[in-house]
Design a protein. Structure first.
Length: 344
């Protein structure tokens, strides 16, 4: 069973609920119908005026049977959501205007209606949905903003980040050919504290998505002090922080990529490393390294890259490429539903 099949199988078993805020976007409407047809979620919600969403469905020849449609402007939840958002953001000032973000409940309600990603995030925050996926129309920054302001980061972490699941199609790597690569999409120059967060959140992603006990390598151009400088020190500090926070985690660094992945090289450059021959999770020292690294592996080796998958949030949300296909929305939704965990 490949990764996609495994995610769909787990999503079907977990039966979590999903909100897709871009409810009049045609690929999203088609994906919602497919998610329901494949029974990947307990419920699927699209945003928009009912007639507008149904017109898109009719034009694309899909049935919306089993799909919920909510217009935030007329939702019974708007009053409670507005009060909750006002309480969360009152006193916060818009840096551009110098004015209060939401001076009162009515302005909070108006903001949520105007910004459906925030309304969707409120659904997740308040238990009306278990997960949210968007991005076919909206920018990544908009989703991250909604996630950070409404949902926040998980207990014990201050950093939202991302990972890719890499399917190398070669069982000698990682867990049966699968590895976690992080962070490849969100944090350009993470601090040591952020790298520690990313390492621990990536370990969780390894457990949740690969079903494997993580063995994490913190990457650098240096192995165990073979080079120096601020960039090396940052990774060394991150390794120490991660060990202090989760002492039982199999994690080592700083390591060059070959020292992390090739046992004979590990023995030369980091003799006695606890992750020798076990690595399934790679944490890159910067966004440029991670982004270049996953694309080189993808293109040179023919690996499949699934992601970016967001991690570090208190509840799961996921981003899409604006060029995504219907099936990519379905797969991302399945992954995000799995991230929500099994409730019973």
């Amino acid at each position: 069973m490949n990764f996609v099949e495994e995610m769909k199988k787990k999503a079907k078993d977990y039966q979590n609920s999903l909100v897709l805020p871009e409810g009049t976007e045609e690929r999203t409407v088609q994906a919602a119908a497919k998610i329901v047809a494949e029974k990947l979620a307990r419920s699927v919600t699209l945003f928009g005026k009912k007639e507008d969403v149904e017109k898109v469905a009719k034009d694309k020849g899909v049935s919306l049977a089993g799909v919920d449609i909510i217009d935030p402007a007329t939702s019974d939840w708007l009053e409670d959501f507005g009060k909750e958002y006002f309480e969360e953001r009152k006193g916060k000032v818009n840096k551009k205007t110098g004015q209060a973000e939401v001076p009162d409940v009515e302005s909070a309600k108006a903001f949520l209606v105007k910004n459906p990603l925030f309304f969707g995030a409120m659904m997740v925050r308040l238990g009306k949905a278990d997960a949210m996926v968007s991005g076919a129309l909206s920018a990544t920054a908009d989703l991250l903003r909604a996630g950070l302001k409404v949902i926040g980061t998980a207990k014990g972490t201050k950093t939202a980040s991302s990972c890719f699941v890499m399917d190398t199609h070669d069982k000698k790597w990682g867990k049966d050919g699968y590895l976690i690569f992080a962070d490849c999409a969100v944090n350009p120059r993470p601090t040591a504290e952020q790298l520690a967060d990313i390492a621990l959140d990536s370990a969780k992603s390894c457990r949740d998505l690969l079903g494997a006990e993580p063995a994490v390598a913190m990457l650098s151009f240096s192995s165990k002090g073979s080079a120096g400088g601020e960039d090396v020190q940052k990774v060394q500090d991150a390794v120490k922080m991660a060990h202090e926070r989760e002492p039982g985690l199999l994690l080592d660094g700083e390591l060059q990529a070959d020292a992390a992945l090739i046992p004979s090289v590990t023995e030369r450059k980091a003799p006695g490393s606890p992750i020798t021959g076990k690595v399934n999770t790679l944490v890159f020292p910067s966004l440029e390294a991670g982004n270049i690294g996953y694309k080189l592996v993808q293109r040179f080796s023919g690996a499949d890259a699934y992601g970016p998958i967001l991690q570090g949030f208190a509840q799961p949300i996921s981003d899409l490429s604006r060029g995504c296909s219907v099936e990519e929305i379905v797969v991302t939704s399945a992954i995000t539903l799995v991230q929500a965990g099994k409730k019973n």
